[in-house]
Design a protein around this ligand. Structure first.
Ligand code: ADP
Ligand code: MG
Length: 456
């Protein structure tokens, strides 16, 4: 009979050689024991969810590779926490099976937003790690956890992941998810009829939370009465040692027209920001989302992903929508995943302001003006054959914006910019595509130009 513990010991040795003693100990020092073997899986017990998550996220490929080299049997490794084991033992002993509680049936927490489909990069790493810690040790790490950042950077996803994580650990956790607008509406409806029952059920809903998630807290600004109510609920939950998570588009101390005592409660715990994603993170998110949409994400060429990431540099929600539109277009029209088809599919998604300018000529003239003004060059320079670095760069950036953002055909771009041919325009666009990937200054230029184009 195969000795699975021995195989795991050998895999551990290889992992140690590969990752070095310090990182190895951090993850695997308490993950050495095989718990059981079932359905071709060897279950190794690990101390907690964080370790389980890290192993699955960062080491699963290596573990598979080492295992395949060590044995011919088709086995895999799974990791199981002490808590999972306790649950399993309880069920096997015939003790009372934990039934989902009615209060969680129909809860409005989206089950798709989870830690394991949240892609981590520089801009969200601290927020992510703190959220994981809070989910594992509610109240102990901080209360409240305040997550802030611009629209579409992943605040709701991260906050919801905490809720799902806690529910996965204990299905009877009463997770109450709301937005501050919904909270205000609930309060308004509870008080408008002057019915005692309605008010009681309002308090019951919020005060019974084990975990209260309030999204977009900035909308409490200026709502004095709602703030008073929220303050009471906040105090009650904190006193009962219940975790509160808040999200906002700005730091707590920048909230205006919010009662000082409420603001000071918000800053009690830990504030974490999610910053603007960098190009790498956007590409990794696109790949992750693609793996759900199509069988082989490699079918979509990298330059398509680059263009998409440049097109939606800051709002991941818009980025995801564009990806979905593109994939759907190619599948429905039965056409390949190419750059050209991306431009066609995205035509419908052009920002509405840009759409309003109906003639192509007008769009081009406007883009030329914006770019010339930004780089302090003249229209004649742009149309000329000058090879001065600053002029070439401005011209290529203009080509890029005309094609990628405004979807003007290559030939028309060439004709409008001093009768250049199709290949020259294409070359210019490729240069900027590459530059935007690695050069932050060009990326800032591009973002500014794009904003200006939409503003005017
Ligand atoms: P916010 O609340 O900050 O406006 P959301 O959490 O609603 O943003 O995120 C918008 C979309 O982008 C969601 O579909 C979410 O899944 C996705 N998203 C954001 N950040 C990430 C990430 N790091 N990994 C995977 N998906 C992400
Ligand atoms: Mg949100």
């Amino acid at each position: 009979m195969t000795n699975y513990q021995e195989i795991w010991n050998k895999v551990l040795e290889k992992l140690k050689d590969e990752s070095g003693e310090a990182s190895f100990n951090e993850i695997f020092s308490n993950a050495k024991e095989v718990y059981k073997f079932e359905n071709n899986y060897v279950y190794v017990s690990v101390p907690n969810e964080l370790i389980k998550f890290r192993i699955n996220q960062y080491y699963s490929k290596k573990i598979k590779e080492f295992t395949d080299n060590l044995t011919n049997s088709p086995i895999g490794f799974k990791f199981i926490t002490k808590k999972d084991i306790e649950k399993e033992v309880k069920i096997n002993n015939g003790s009372k099976f934990v039934q989902p509680d009615a209060k969680n049936v129909g809860r409005n927490l989206s089950s798709i937003y989870r830690f394991d489909n949240f892609v981590v990069g520089e801009s969200n790493r601290f927020a992510f790690l703190t959220s994981m810690k809070v989910a594992e040790n509610p109240v102990m790490v901080c209360n409240p956890l305040y997550i802030f950042g611009d629209v579409g950077v992943g605040k709701t996803h991260l906050m919801t992941s905490i809720g799902n994580f806690m529910l996965d650990n204990n299905i009877n956790t009463n997770v109450v998810y709301t937005s501050s607008q919904k909270f205000a509406e609930d309060y308004f409806l509870a008080t408008s009829k002057n019915s005692r029952d309605k008010i009681m059920s309002f308090y019951e809903k919020y005060n019974s939370a084990d975990l209260l998630l309030v999204d977009d807290i900035q909308f409490l600004e200026g709502k004095q009465a709602t703030q008073e109510e929220f303050f009471k609920i906040f105090e009650e939950l904190v006193n009962k040692n219940k975790q509160i998570i808040l999200t906002s588009d700005r730091p707590a101390n920048s909230l205006k027209n919010v009662m000082a005592r409420l603001k000071s409660r918000f800053t009690w715990g830990i504030s974490v920001s999610i910053n603007q994603p960098d190009h790498n993170l956007l590409i990794n998110i696109l790949k992750k989302k693609l793996s759900i949409l199509i069988e082989d994400p490699n079918d979509v060429p990298n330059d398509v992903l680059d263009i998409l990431a440049n097109y939606f540099p800051s709002n991941i929600r818009d980025l995801e929508g564009a990806l979905r539109t593109y994939v759907n277009y190619c599948i429905c029209m039965n056409c390949p995943f190419t750059k050209d088809n991306l431009y066609i599919a995205l035509e419908q998604l052009l920002p509405s302001k840009a759409n309003k300018i109906d003639s192509t000529k007008e769009i081009i003239t406007k883009a030329i003006d914006v770019v010339c003004d930004y780089y302090k060059v003249s229209t004649n320079d742009i149309l000329s054959t000058s090879r001065k670095q600053q002029i070439v760069f401005a011209r290529q950036m203009l080509m890029y914006i005309l094609k990628v953002n405004l979807n003007i055909p290559l030939q028309t771009i060439g004709d409008s910019l001093g009768n250049r041919d199709h290949a020259t325009v294409s070359h210019g666009i490729d240069k900027i595509t590459i530059l935007l990937k690695k050069d932050n200054l060009s990326k800032t230029d591009y973002n500014n130009l794009y904003k200006k184009l939409l503003e005017e």
